[in-house]
Each structure stands twice: as C-alpha cells, then as structure tokens.
Design a protein around this ligand. Structure first.
Ligand code: RIB
Ligand code: CA
Length: 309
C-alpha cells in the first residue's frame, strides 16, 4: 500500500483530537509529525493535549512539536467556552508519557517537508500561524507540499457573524496561506456543520467496546454540550475530522473550485473568508471549497476506524 505522508498542525481541541484518532487508525496515512498552535487553548495546553491523544492511540512514535504561542501580529484569544479550560475537557486523560520536541513546530514542518522523498500533505486544523511562519522562513518547501487540507473559514462565521475561529484568530497568517499559490482544500463551516455528532452518533460510538471509543464518546458528549449551550446545536460538528476523511475518502465530498480571499483590514470583518462561489470577483481560483458531505458515509468511516482500536 502506498502511504500518504501528512503533518497535522492543530490546536487540540475536541475535534482536532478526533482527527488525530482517525488518522492514526488509517494505515494509508503516515503521520510524520503533529505540530501544535495556540487556538482552542494556550499552546502549552494544546501541546499537552496532543501528547495525551498520541498516548491514547499508542503512538509514542509520532513527534509532537510545540509551535506558535501567539498569532503573527494580533492578540491571542482562546475558546474555553467550547473546549473547556484544558482545551480537552470531558474525559480524564493521564499525564503524557513524554514531553514535546525542542524543535519549534514551524521548523519541524520545514525540516520534515525538506527531508521527505515524497510530497507531504499538511493538515492544519487550528489558526494558520505555523504554516505562515514555515512558508515565510522557507518558501522553497512549497515544492514538496502535495496539498494543504485545512479546516477554516466558510461563507459564514462562528466567532463573529462572518468569521470562523481558525481564520479569525490569525487572519494575516491565513492570508499568507491562501495567497501562497499552493493547492488548498478548504473544509469550512458550510460542510463541517454537516458532520454533527448527534445523540444517535454518540450512541453508536458508545457501543464500541474499546477504550479509545469510550474516550471519543466522552469527548463528543462534552463537545455537544457546549455546542448546545453556545449555538443551540443538536450535536457537535466535528470540523477538523473532515480534513483527515478527505485524505482517505475524497469520494465522500463534493467540492467547488473557487477563489478564497481573507479580509485582514475590516474593523468588524477581519478574519472573514470571501468564498467566491460564482466567480464574480474575477480573482483566480486558489482553493477547492467543501460544499457537501456524504454524512452517512462519513460516520460509517469514523465508526469503522474506532472499531479498529
Ligand atoms: O471553528 C472551528 C475550528 O476552531 C475547529 O478547528 C476547532 O477545533 C477550533 O479550532
Ligand atoms: Ca482545531
């Protein structure tokens, strides 16, 4: 089997954690490293959480590098209202069996992309600070990046009326990525809100008799509770998991080639992604935008992955 090399840049975060769990269950994916960024919680917490999830799925071999603790120029904000103070509230997870690497996350991305004999796919599921830093420090890595499959943006917002959190948290970083000319797949809110972990889904997860599924069930219960409280959702959208699902089962996704532009100047609109669905701007296509998800197929894939643990 040919494996696809990936680097997961994330801010665990409940959905980031489940994305790691799905990726670790798929033999066709080779996780070169997990790099962390400040986002759902401060960098020390997101990095500790990434280490805990690697222990949960028995992957002490996966390098975890701590990345940017702040956005490029803006003041850091986190999302404890959604993910809890730890960034991964809900289940009790043991302290990590190891510490994070001394190498900065952006330097890990640069080094591993340069060293890889095959192109590497980047899966950013938090603010894009590390990706922007890596591209600025070593633009030549573009030549060995297969594509960037990111969670972020959308035609509407969840942190402001028009801006999604990952993009809003570091709009300048996001603009750098979208203006980079690299192949980008965008899993924005339009499609991630179709991947709702409803009570029925959680019941299915809880029927799986292994420890990883038990923890995922507890993550989803907590995540669904905050989404109910904050947005009156009947389930938690597992945003980030769609980046991994796209890599292993693209047939579950309907996408459209569009121009995505990031607003960085607006007093009220900074972090907004302008998704040019009908090509009215005349700006060149720079991304595949996720429109529709085969929801049944997605959850079947997720449940099958959890049964492997
Ligand atoms: O807006 C959703 C995104 O913000 C997800 O990546 C979630 O983990 C948070 O980082
Ligand atoms: Ca995330």
């Amino acid at each position: 089997m040919t494996t696809r090399k990936i680097i997961m840049d994330c801010d665990p975060g409940h959905d980031d954690a489940i994305a790691i769990i799905l990726a670790a269950a798929r033999p066709e994916l080779e996780i070169l490293a997990i790099t962390t960024v400040s986002g759902n919680a401060e960098i020390e917490k997101t990095t500790m959480n990434a280490l805990k999830v690697c222990d949960l799925v028995s992957r002490p071999d996966v390098m975890v590098s701590k990345g940017a603790s702040e956005p490029l120029i803006r003041i850091r904000e986190t999302a404890p209202g959604i993910h809890g103070d730890s960034g991964l509230d809900g289940p009790e997870l043991p302290e990590p069996s190891r510490s994070w690497s001394e190498e900065h996350g952006a330097d890990t991305i640069i080094r591993l992309v340069k060293e890889s004999k095959e192109p590497v796919t980047l899966l950013p599921t938090g603010p894009l600070t590390n990706i922007a830093l890596a591209l600025t420090k070593a633009p030549e890595i573009k030549d060995n990046i297969e594509e960037i499959v990111l969670m972020g943006g959308g035609t509407f917002g969840n942190w402001t009326p028009t801006a999604e959190f990952n993009i809003w948290a570091d709009p300048e970083a996001a603009k750098k990525v979208f203006d980079s000319g690299m192949p980008i797949v965008v899993m924005g809110l339009d499609i991630t809100h179709q991947a709702l972990a409803t009570k029925e889904v959680i019941d299915q997860v809880n029927k799986i008799d292994n420890h990883v599924a038990k923890i995922v069930g507890e993550l989803l219960v907590f995540f669904a509770s905050t989404y109910k409280e904050m947005f009156d959702f009947d389930g938690a959208p597992v945003h980030d998991v769609l980046t991994v699902a796209y890599c292993v089962a693209p047939e579950l996704f309907k996408t459209k080639d569009v121009n995505v532009t990031v607003e960085t100047k607006g007093e009220f609109t900074a972090g907004t992604t302008l998704i040019d669905l009908h090509g009215v701007t005349g700006r060149p296509v720079n991304a595949k935008f996720g429109l529709e998800l085969d929801v049944e197929g997605f959850w079947k894939l997720m449940i099958e992955a959890l049964k492997k643990y």
